[in-house]
Design a binder for this molecule. Structure first.
Ligand SMILES: Cc1cc2nc3c(=O)[nH]c(=O)nc-3n(C[C@H](O)[C@H](O)[C@H](O)COP(=O)(O)O)c2cc1C
Length: 178
């Protein structure tokens, strides 16, 4: 009996350790600062700024580029960059502002949150996108909405690479004319 309790204790301790290490690892992904790397899509009349925190793989970047390309086909010029690298865009210059983050253990990027809250954005069209596995869970989008002043018009979506149709439908519904 005593042996069994010791084994259960060791297994529990190992599980807790794995969870703590995973939390540290994902926290570092969510808050990693990348060097200045601006990308521009399209030459349209309308201007969009898309700031995103990259995920561990390429999902969040791919989704950002997907959004930018679709907007670029619809009369937008889209500037993409990541937060925390000194990029100081004036949000007043944009018709649409998009912020994206991956989610790990229910948390999104605090680096992006700091970027947003520093800007005190008001009266803007804002899109928030979250990349994650459980795309029916809207908790993170709702938390991100709280970063903003009520005067903004905010649309949110949680998505991943397998759901490009859902993303296109969302963008068409809210921002594109077709
Ligand atoms: C340790 C870990 C925790 C995760 N937690 C969540 C979560 O809480 N909610 C969710 O929807 N997705 C979760 N995911 C899925 C990630 O959000 C998803 O893999 C990420 O957005 C895309 O990453 P990629 O660029 O590596 O493909 C988690 C993934 C990992 C590895």
């Amino acid at each position: 009996m005593k042996k069994l309790l010791i084994i259960i204790g060791i297994v529990l301790a190992m599980l807790i350790m794995i969870f703590v290490l995973l939390n540290i690892w994902t926290g570092s992904i969510l808050n990693k600062k990348y060097s200045f790397n601006e990308e521009i899509y399209g030459e349209g009349k309308k201007k969009a700024l898309l700031m995103y925190q990259p995920s561990n793989g390429d999902t969040t970047k791919e989704i950002s580029v997907h959004i930018a390309k679709l907007l670029a086909e619809n009369d937008y010029t889209v500037i993409i960059n990541t937060p925390g690298n000194g990029s100081s865009y004036s949000t007043d210059d944009y018709d649409l502002i998009i912020f994206g983050s991956p989610v790990y253990f229910g948390k999104v990027s605090t680096l992006l949150e700091d970027y947003v809250t520093d800007k005190h954005i008001t009266n803007k069209n804002i899109t928030l996108f979250v990349t994650g596995k459980f795309t029916d869970e809207t908790k993170e989008e709702n938390e991100m909405k709280n970063w903003f002043d009520d005067s903004n018009k905010i649309n949110t979506i949680k998505t991943n690479k397998d759901e490009s149709e859902k993303l296109d439908t969302f963008l068409k519904k809210h921002y594109l004319n077709n």
